[in-house]
Ligand binder design. Sequence first.
Ligand code: AMP
Length: 308
Amino acid sequence: MSKLLIVGTVAFDAIETPFGKTNKILGGAATYISLAASHFNVESGIVSVVGGDFPKEFLQKLNQKNIDTSGIEIIEDGKTFFWSGKYHNDLNARDTLTTELNVLADFEPKVPKHFQNPDFLMLGNLHPAVQMDVIQQIPQRPKLVALDTMNFWMDNTWDELMEVIAKVDVITINDEEARQMSGEYSLVKAAQKIHKMGPQHVVIKKGEHGALLFNNGDAFFAPALPLEEVFDPTGAGDTFAGGFIGYLASTHDVSFENMKRAVISGSNLASFCVEKFGTERMLDLTKEEIQNRLQEFKQLTQFDIDLS
Ligand code: AMP
């Protein structure tokens, strides 16, 4: 079974959408990535940090999904990373209301011994210096290294971000971030510029408009499943990334053809994430529901046309 190491935030989130509002609930990039990847036959573990205020039952929820949390450091006298965001009627755009780094500000990641030889490495959204530190703790290069980031790190830690991006195989970012990173409005041109920064594969997430995969000239597009109701988009991007790398890790195949399937797999899981607040939907998702929706995806995208 492939080993998948996931680095990223484990957080408290407070979310407001047109449909309601939450107090502090379980969130964070690594949380969503690992929950999505838990639906595949992989051995996954998280490297992150939380404060003494983080409920043990949240860690237990992850353990129940066979996610190894021994790499989540607990700083007893510190506070957990906190993020709050607000969505308006257009659920594709959100305002970040608060980002409190707290224990993340001085985080020095420690990869547990039994995860120092992962086959796949997912550098989820967090400080690029932490992402780099984790790469340096892994003596043998994994089969594939993927990275996700966001505007916050582009605005605040550009140089460190560029250093780590140069070392990865795949980058997953949203359309707005791809434009910011490249200075190009066209996503095709943006992908070309991002390739030059390092990653062979560029995945651009477009929310309800699906995802694009670029590989130096080759391109693939997967739509998002048109859903009747979207409740809370938080974590959809991370869930996509978790479904993408979880699929690749479970199939041990990093060819472009298999990456297309991985993009579908990520889109499929993200379509569930948005149906309820926070991680709620991902925690009660079944294999059967995943398979049924994959079938819907196939029907949505398959067509015959006479090209003669
Ligand atoms: P997504 O909706 O997939 O972009 O990710 C939402 C998650 O990202 C939330 O659960 C937040 O805790 C987490 N998050 C928000 N801001 C940051 C940040 N600056 N660094 C790392 N994680 C963040």
